[in-house]
Design a protein around this ligand. Structure first.
Ligand SMILES: [Zn+2]
Length: 259
């Protein structure tokens, strides 16, 4: 598959020492929610990014300059070159790395990524993040808010239920009752995420998508269209109109409208 690079608007960020750890990326202008901050082709792509040996062998086959670039990104203790700061904001997409602002970012704010699934309470997030060697100092981790902690714990529980049901759906023949039960869980997830201001594609987008599919299966066209439209909006904001996620959401909306 050819790797694509879409130009990033200039003047949005700079890289410098972060007060928390290593080199960080900081906004140098007001960045409105939904702005594409960066879209870059990766140095290499693997079908399974968990395979460390395959990853190592692929790096060894890269030209020498790209190999040293990779290892300089892996150790983020000194400022990399002009365009290589992406090592500080690791994430992965199919054929390129795309980063969008999920909320308005003020000039001077550090631009961060979650690293992990956000549906956990602070203690669990800190436990998972421990081996990255830094302590997350974001607002959610630093402020004591029992209501938010309770919402995140509940979210973790409901996400597990949703994922278990989705696994079963792939090989079970569901009736209306199954869909209705699954939909009730997904609607709770959506409420909790919106209460916490967690608008992102991996969780809220998946919940919207499932809500649309369940309604479609139950013959509730109006609600299917409503959730599919929300899914499309979140994919537009988080991934952009040129993404696979957006194309899939558009397909779902079209089939809901045609139902
Ligand atoms: Zn945090």
């Amino acid at each position: 598959m050819p790797l694509t690079t879409v130009p990033t608007p200039p003047g949005l960020f700079e890289q410098r020492q972060s007060p928390n750890a290593g080199i960080g990326v900081f906004a140098i202008a007001a960045i409105p929610s939904g702005t594409r901050i960066l879209c870059e082709a990766p140095l290499f792509a693997l079908p399974d990014d968990d395979d460390v040996i395959e990853c190592y062998l692929t790096i060894k086959d890269l030209p020498l300059d790209q190999q040293s670039l990779f290892w300089s990104l892996a150790a983020s203790s000194s400022p990399p070159g002009d365009t290589d700061w992406i090592g500080e904001l690791r994430d992965a997409c199919d054929d390129r790395l795309t980063i969008h602002a999920l909320r308005d970012i003020r000039p001077g704010e550090e631009i961060c990524t979650a690293y992990i699934d956000i549906c956990h309470d602070t203690a669990e997030r800190r436990r998972i993040l421990h081996h990255w060697g830094f302590k997350c100092c974001c607002e959610a981790c630093e402020t004591q808010d029992p209501a938010r902690e309770a919402r995140r714990s509940k979210l973790e529980e409901l996400m597990t239920v949703m994922q278990r049901r989705e696994n079963k759906r792939s090989f079970e023949n569901w009736g209306t009752w199954d869909y209705a039960e699954a939909l009730a869980t997904v609607e709770k997830i959506i409420c909790l995420m919106l209460e916490d201001g967690l608008e992102e594609t991996d969780t809220l987008g998946v919940a919207y998508e499932n809500a649309a599919e369940y309604n479609l299966a139950m013959g509730c066209k109006e609600d299917a269209v409503k959730w599919a439209e929300k899914d499309l909006e979140i994919e537009r904001k988080c991934c952009g109109e040129d993404s696979d996620e957006y194309a899939n959401a558009l397909k779902l909306l079209e089939s809901a409208r045609a139902a």
